[in-house]
Design a protein around this ligand. Structure first.
Ligand code: HEM
Length: 147
């Protein structure tokens, strides 16, 4: 449908430059919620957001996040096929201290990055299409949280 087309078209160029776009996303995330910085254990010296954002381990995480988004875009016709993977990914994030509530601010940061990179191509319909896909990913990850 139209949603998938909007997502695929917009990801085509972004997906070729994953790290810089992921850095824009996480810079925004730390601006909105600086406490999330402390969840990256390799950020042991409680460095500034800028120090963290330029560390190799952190850039690896940024790449991992972008690859999950890439996998979701590639599997838009069958997002269910990612459910087990995403449930396990959720478990790992619970283990490192992430709260499911933080996914709302992650989503905001994703939209910020899209708006920032797409400019005039960022429309209300495109935003909604991405939100729909993101909420499916978040629901699947959140099912990995145990009480
Ligand atoms: C692993 C933190 C959001 C994908 C990790 C790790 C930490 C972490 C500390 C383990 C160390 C590492 O691999 O760097 C966070 C925080 C987040 C966040 C604080 C935001 C609140 C996300 C999102 C995705 C994601 C939204 C993808 C949609 C991954 C992947 C791994 C990972 C693929 C590797 C898991 C593995 O080892 O199998 N994350 N993460 N993260 N994260 Fe995140």
């Amino acid at each position: 449908g139209k949603d998938k087309e909007l997502i695929r078209d917009s990801w085509e160029s972004l997906g070729k430059n994953k790290v810089p776009h992921g850095v824009v996303m996480f810079s925004r995330l730390f601006e909105l919620d600086p406490e999330l910085l402390s969840l990256f254990s390799y950020n042991t010296e409680q460095e500034s957001a800028q120090d963290c954002l330029s560390s190799p381990e952190f850039l690896e995480h940024v790449t991992k996040v972008m690859l999950v988004i890439d996998a979701a875009v590639s599997n838009l016709d069958d997002l269910h096929s990612l459910e087990d993977y995403l449930l396990n990914l959720g478990r790992k994030h619970q283990a490192v201290g992430v709260k499911t509530q933080s996914f709302a601010v992650v989503g905001e940061s994703l939209l910020y990055m899209l708006q920032h990179s797409l400019g005039a191509a960022y429309t209300a319909a495109l935003q909604q299409a991405w939100l729909n896909m993101y909420s499916i990913v978040v629901a699947a990850m959140s099912s990995g949280w145990s009480q």
